[in-house]
Design a binder for this molecule. Structure first.
Ligand SMILES: *Cc1c(COP(=O)(O)O)cnc(C)c1O
Length: 230
């Protein structure tokens, strides 16, 4: 698999999406989702120039991290993008830079508690269920003000922004209102002072709809199949 070529094509598409709406390319980071591929292929992805790697399950990520050697592992930022069980937090924190799936207070409390041992606060994105689909995890928009007020008390948790999953539809345009909704929600919460000024990240867009997500303000696109599958 020629990851460099894939990456070049994707970057060109992201650049085009940015220029359609007057955004800077530097404001969009590709999180390469490597859950489908093995350790050796993940190493190739990193060597192709990806700096941010996403995994959604600890059981899959850990053996890869251990298998690839400390130097390569430490050369990238690891993003935890899947739903996170409270009991796994203590194993996630030492290895991952950012958690994209903060979706309940008990999880925030555990992150806060465990963060103390590492002497750092943990960058987190609050997962929001914009579409309202029952199958989707994430907080409802109406729950956010109270949730964010409680999380503010937990100095081990650093809210950096928001994440959402769009409905998996045949037409990527169907995702646009969901992405736009997350951006508008972020702007509203910032304006109301309910999140700190650095809480600007929007993790949204996957292989089928990332160009639309970029047009709507994504700062982190989570790309799996389009980048790594044959
Ligand atoms: C697998 C996964 C992705 C990547 O999906 P693709 O459609 O393969 O790009 C993004 N986000 C999350 C949370 C995932 O689990």
């Amino acid at each position: 698999m020629d990851y460099e070529k894939r990456l070049q094509e994707i970057r060109a598409r992201i650049a085009a999406a940015c220029s359609r709406v007057g955004r800077n390319l530097e404001d969009v980071t590709i999180v390469a989702v490597t859950k489908y591929i093995d350790t050796e292929q993940t190493e190739q992805v990193i060597r192709a120039g990806l700096t941010d790697i996403g995994e959604n399950r600890l059981q899959v990520a850990l053996p890869k991290m251990e298998g690839m050697g400390a130097e390569l592992q430490a050369s990238v930022r690891w993003h935890y993008i899947g739903s996170l069980q409270t009991k796994k937090v203590k194993d996630v924190l030492p290895r991952f830079y950012m958690i994209h799936s903060l979706d309940r207070l008990s999880l925030a409390e555990e992150i806060h508690k465990r963060a103390a041992a590492f002497g750092r606060s943990i960058p987190c994105l609050v997962q929001v269920n914009i579409s309202g689909e029952e199958s989707k995890s994430g907080l409802a928009p109406a729950e956010l003000p109270a949730f964010l007020q409680q999380v503010r008390e937990l100095d081990g948790v650093e809210v950096r922004g928001f994440m959402t999953m769009a409905p998996a539809g045949a037409d990527p345009e169907e995702a646009r209102p969901v992405f736009r909704g997350l951006r508008e929600l972020r702007d509203q919460l910032l304006a109301q002072g309910l999140v700190p000024a650095q809480a600007r990240e929007l993790s949204m867009g996957m292989s089928g709809d990332y160009e639309i997500a970029v047009e709507e303000g994504a700062t982190l696109v989570r790309l799996g199949s389009i980048l790594v599958n044959g």
